[in-house]
Design a protein around this ligand. Structure first.
Ligand code: UDP
Length: 451
């Protein structure tokens, strides 16, 4: 598409945590390449540096919001509730300022589904708005299903094995017991958030960072249910390469990977939020050691509560066979020929990034949404192993060998490579995600010219 002479503006409102910022900035980059001006509205306390990698973007501050540090103390649900309460009026001021500065050039506000306060400003200033779902389409389906449940009844029903194993409204293999409620605090509060997320208010479309080759059933379900356009235009990390790491990437691990044999290394990361108990870390370390495979392990500062670093016996053993970094350039790691598998918490970005490079996975999810992704990885796409129950060294050793050494792992890698090709084809000219992006662009332009 030609760049237009006079640019129109899109305001992006990301949730300021890593797994949400990254795809939002990639969406911004993709839309910027289509000729839109991009303004990103962020709270004063977040850690994204505007000068980092987005030279064409304007950054504005929502003055009154909640520090990201409260995400850890409050937990995700209470953090999101507080953030939305605090930011609504402040964001209206922010948009008023932008309109004063630039005239009436805002074509659309695209906000993270958890930043639903944005809608009030869009409504007040009569600006079209679009919701961005950074998780999977299936997770959004689950939010719709959960938002309609009666909490008391559900809590009783879900004790019944028959209900647990019932498939959700023709969404095979999704069962009621898989609905992503665990790790989200009290069910009632979580369902309130689900209702906010599925309440589209005046938003006129939904963007999802997925591809129809991964989740066609869930996407068809959503298209019917939501009754507004749905644009599955992902995975955005292939379309746009913008990195927006909140932590400094340690690139020394790439040199270490350069010295390893092809497809021999297991890469381990639990994302930007996950924590691990010391006991689990020790069992993992011994299991990895016993597997005889080299490993690259991301241990974020603070990710093992109560420990500053690994115990000395483990550090010594790790230095023999592994490499530990505080934060890795994950996409570069996954594309590296030495990497044979990814031990992951199955955040949606990590899942897309791993499939995007054809890397099979060992799944060790923490919360419901990640468990949902893990079920798809193991049972639908059949490109990984789900590790359940307590982690012990024998289980870790077996899982690593199954994935990296055994025939079974070769099969998973073959299927992951087929999916990789499909994903790449979907973002190339004529592919479903490529077309969805173009349709979104046309849609925003039409909405703007009609407004
Ligand atoms: N990531 C990274 N380096 C690391 C670990 C993670 O760049 O050492 C990135 C990863 O590429 C992904 C994001 O952090 O884009 C994590 O998002 P995800 O949805 O997988 O999990 P979350 O952090 O939201 O739980």
């Amino acid at each position: 598409m030609e760049k237009r002479a006079e640019k129109i503006r899109i305001v992006l409102v990301p949730l300021p945590i890593q797994g949400h910022i990254t795809p939002m900035m990639q969406l911004g980059q993709a839309l910027n390449l289509k000729g839109f001006s991009i303004t990103v509205a962020l709270g004063a306390f977040n850690r994204v540096s505007s000068s980092q990698h987005f030279p064409g973007f304007q950054f504005v501050t929502i003055p009154e919001t909640v520090p990201i540090s409260q995400h850890d103390t409050l937990g995700v649900v209470e953090f999101v509730v507080k953030l939305n309460k605090t930011s609504e009026e402040s964001f209206k001021d922010c948009i008023a300022q932008l309109l004063l500065q630039h005239g009436n050039d805002i074509a659309c506000i695209i906000y993270d589904e958890l930043m639903y306060f944005s809608e009030a400003a869009a409504k007040e200033f009569k600006i079209p708005s679009v919701i961005f779902t950074t998780g999977s389409a299936t997770n959004h389906v689950c939010c719709c299903v959960l938002s309609k449940l009666n909490v008391e009844k559900f809590l009783i029903d879900i004790e019944d094995p028959e209900v647990q194993n019932k498939v959700v409204e023709n969404l095979h293999p999704l069962k009621y017991k898989d609905l992503p409620t665990s790790g989200m605090g009290p069910l009632e509060r979580f369902l309130e958030i689900c209702s906010e997320v599925v309440n589209k208010r005046t938003a006129s479309a939904v963007i999802i960072n997925t591809s129809s080759c991964l989740e066609s059933l869930s996407l068809s379900w959503l298209k019917k249910e939501l009754k507004i356009p749905v644009y599955p235009l992902g995975p955005l990390h292939i379309t746009a390469s913008a990195t927006s790491s909140l932590l400094e990437e340690d690139r020394s691990c790439i040199e270490w990977l350069n010295k390893q044999k092809p497809r021999s290394v297991i890469y381990i990361s639990v994302g930007s939020i996950g924590h691990m108990e010391t006991k689990e870390v020790l069992e993992m370390a011994w299991g990895l050691y016993d597997s005889n495979q080299p490993f690259l392990w991301v241990i974020r500062p603070g990710s093992i509560p109560g420990s500053e670093s690994l115990p000395e016996e483990v550090s010594k053993m790790v230095s023999e066979r592994g490499c530990i970094v505080k934060w890795a350039p994950q996409n570069e790691v996954l594309v590296h020929p030495a990497v044979g598998g990814f031990w992951s918490h199955c955040g949606w970005n990590s899942t897309l990034e791993s499939i995007g490079e054809g890397v099979p996975m060992i799944c060790r999810p923490f919360n419901g949404e990640q468990k949902l992704n893990a079920i798809y990885i193991e049972s639908v796409w059949r490109i990984g192993i789900l590790l359940q129950g307590e982690v012990e060294r024998g289980g870790v050793e077996r899982a690593v060998k199954r994935l990296i050494v055994d025939e079974e792992g070769s099969g998973m890698r073959e299927r992951a490579l087929v999916l990789k090709e499909k994903l790449n084809a979907s973002v190339r000219s004529g592919g479903s995600s490529y077309n969805a992006l173009d349709e979104l662009v046309n849609y925003i332009e039409t909405e703007y010219s009609n407004s």
